[in-house]
Design a protein around this ligand. Structure first.
Ligand code: DC
Length: 239
């Protein structure tokens, strides 16, 4: 694609944000979208929903045939409203279920299948192209490189491994930070076999949030948007 990344063409302006697990990319991207009145697309939710769907069919995401067969029958729906993160598979609301550890543990199995990535990426492009928002913050690991390589604003949001593990542990209210760090490390290793999300591609700006708090990180991202795309239309501030 490049039609939906549309540096100049029709459709919403894209702010592409990549980053590893625990970098804060999801909550930061959502907050930036709310602040600027933009749409928000959490692309990891689609991979999670497909992993949920494979498990729901009683299959194993480690089996590529099962993943492909689930992907061929995947009635997935996700909107762009940063205040409504509902994700559905058919009539089932899977918004909470896709965050469960059993899905987090299974999702790399679906994300590593190239045909699945192509299918999911096409769905993202369609969702963004059909939207009425002036701009959409699209967040996920290969957004700056594969999904929207021509996006006018591309950001790699990083943080040190220690900071990322600490944030994930706090999010999950986990008592065992070591186990969380080990799980995060495993997922980084598994995911990075598919997408190099730890290195910024040329033209991608790095925002390192290791020493920034939440609001400072939002401001740093908005500063990049202002610098890269001065004068881009803003929607209503919902922040
Ligand atoms: O960001 P997250 O933890 O919700 O992502 C869930 C999984 O999907 C994770 O294994 C990385 C993968 N993913 C991906 O490969 N490409 C994306 N654009 C988004 C997520």
């Amino acid at each position: 694609m490049t039609d939906a990344s549309n540096a100049a063409g029709p459709g919403p302006f894209i702010v592409a944000i990549d980053g590893p697990a625990g970098s804060g990319k999801s909550s930061i991207s959502k907050a930036v979208a709310r602040r600027l009145g933009y749409g928000f697309l959490d692309t990891g939710a689609a991979y999670r929903a497909l992993a949920w769907h494979v498990l729901d069919r009683g299959d194993d995401t480690g089996d590529e045939g099962s993943v492909l067969s689930a992907a061929a029958d995947f009635p997935f729906a996700q909107g762009l409203d940063p205040d409504d993160r509902t994700v559905q598979v058919g009539a089932t609301d899977v918004t909470a279920a896709i965050r469960e550890p059993r899905v987090s543990g299974a999702v790399s199995g679906v994300a590593r299948v190239p045909a699945v990535r192509r299918q999911v990426n096409d769905a993202f492009r369609r969702i963004v192209a059909a939207s009425d928002y002036p701009a959409v913050v699209v967040e996920g690991r290969d957004i700056t490189t594969v999904v929207a390589p021509d996006a006018p604003v591309r950001i790699l949001l990083t943080a040190s491994p220690e900071v990322r593990a600490g944030r994930r542990a706090a999010e999950l209210d986990a008592e065992d930070a070591t186990a969380v760090a080990a799980a995060l490390h495993r997922r980084d290793a598994s995911d990075s076999a598919v997408v190099d999300f730890l290195t910024a591609a040329p033209g991608v700006e790095v925002v390192d949030s290791s020493d920034l708090d939440f609001d400072q990180t939002i401001d740093a991202v908005i500063a990049v948007i202002d610098r890269r795309a001065p004068g881009v239309q803003r929607g209503a501030d919902h922040g």
